[in-house]
Design a protein around this ligand. Structure first.
Ligand SMILES: [Zn+2]
Ligand SMILES: [Zn+2]
Length: 178
């Protein structure tokens, strides 16, 4: 994983570009959380880093192609993802011993660096997480599988007689994806 020491950032700032392979990303992410996607291509990151007044400012771009399973038809599909971001990192103060630090809502949204190091891989992965769809679909309006015979309704209709499902839930799913 890619970590940068604060001392390595010159006064005028630093431009960095790096690439992380699928295997190293998956090894890293599986320690963090359950993930239900895969990487089809390496994760490419490009950032500008500056430090000023004890803070670190990062602007950048991450780009990759993920692989998801469609929530309706269960088919796997590639999902190109590219996003830009801007972050301000604050030094993480040592918590007073034996006490839980209560973070205000404003602080919760901030990012931190600790021990004079910036975990660039972690930052890049976080940007990916922010862009992951809540309910991945292979295509807008995917017909899904028949709940009775299991046939992929995108390929052809089946003969099963079903009750029409027009629940609020499917409307909600649509809304979340937009
Ligand atoms: Zn689908
Ligand atoms: Zn059917």
């Amino acid at each position: 994983m890619f970590t940068l020491k604060l001392d390595e950032i010159p006064e005028e700032g630093l431009d960095l570009k790096w690439k992380e392979e699928r295997a190293s990303l998956l090894a890293y992410l599986k320690d963090l959380s359950r993930i239900d996607f895969d990487f089809e291509t390496p994760l490419q990151s490009e950032v500008k880093i500056k430090k000023a007044g004890g803070l670190v400012f990062i602007t950048g771009k991450v780009q990759t192609i993920l692989r998801f399973q469609c929530v309706r038809c269960l088919k796997e599909f590639p999902y190109p993802l590219s996003t830009t971001f801007e972050l301000t990192l604050h030094p993480l103060k040592e918590a007073p011993s034996g006490e839980e630090t209560e973070l205000g809502s404003e602080e919760m949204e901030s990012n931190f660096f600790e021990g004079g190091e910036i975990h660039l891989s972690e930052i890049a992965c976080e940007q990916i997480f922010l862009e992951i769809p809540y309910q991945p679909l292979c295509q807008e309006g995917c017909q899904g599988l028949c709940s009775i015979c299991g046939k992929d309704l995108n390929l052809s209709a089946c003969e099963c007689v079903k009750e029409e499902l027009t629940s609020g839930f499917s409307a909600l799913k649509k809304l979340k994806l937009d």
